[in-house]
Design a protein around this ligand. Structure first.
Ligand SMILES: Cc1cc2nc3c(=O)[nH]c(=O)nc-3n(C[C@H](O)[C@H](O)[C@H](O)COP(=O)(O)O)c2cc1C
Length: 152
């Protein structure tokens, strides 16, 4: 079966606190593992940017569910393409808050100083999410190495 990649941007209906976002991520990671869906989600006060990749049927069903989610609105499809392989294969859903994103990275991938998911095209969105996910992986690996050192 084909792998598809779906990218969308959306606006928050009202500000979501840390706990609410953590809840979305817990459910997402659990569901996505079962569905064989991988990807990344970036959240900011200006909205969400998300990439979903996996079997077409699973991605389509999930997107339909996400579009109807009352926690956001103006869900706008940026890209839907068949792809030869996954790019977020190690992430059931990588999650990045934009206040953690270095200004330098925004400068590289966006014309805006503040992250706005609606300011990005699909290609920009993809390379931006790949770059911040890679940074996230380095950070987590370092944290893991630190905790191993401390406990040994
Ligand atoms: C911005 C945003 C992104 C979401 N991403 C996912 C996701 O990747 N996977 C997922 O299962 N649910 C995601 N959700 C939650 C779904 O909209 C829906 O609430 C959830 O899948 C329902 O799961 P349940 O039927 O197991 O309760 C997201 C919600 C929002 C607001």
């Amino acid at each position: 079966m084909n792998i598809v990649r779906l990218t969308y941007a959306s606006r928050l209906k009202k500000p979501l606190g840390h706990a609410a976002l953590e809840k979305i991520m817990d459910v997402s990671r659990r569901n996505n593992k079962k569905l064989g869906v991988t990807g990344a989600l970036c959240s900011s006060p200006r909205g969400f940017l998300q990439i979903l990749e996996g079997p077409a049927a699973a991605v389509n069903d999930l997107y339909n569910r996400i579009v109807r989610d009352p926690r956001h609105s103006q869900v706008t499809l940026l890209e839907y393409v068949k792809v030869p392989f996954r790019e977020f294969e190690n992430w059931s859903m990588a999650y990045i808050r934009t206040d953690e994103i270095a200004k330098a990275l925004l400068h590289k991938y966006s014309t805006h100083h503040v992250f706005d998911p609606f300011s990005m095209g699909p290609m920009q969105a993809r390379v931006f999410l790949l770059a911040i996910t890679e940074l996230r992986a380095h950070y987590l690996a370092k944290q893991h190495a630190g905790s191993r050192t401390r406990s040994s």
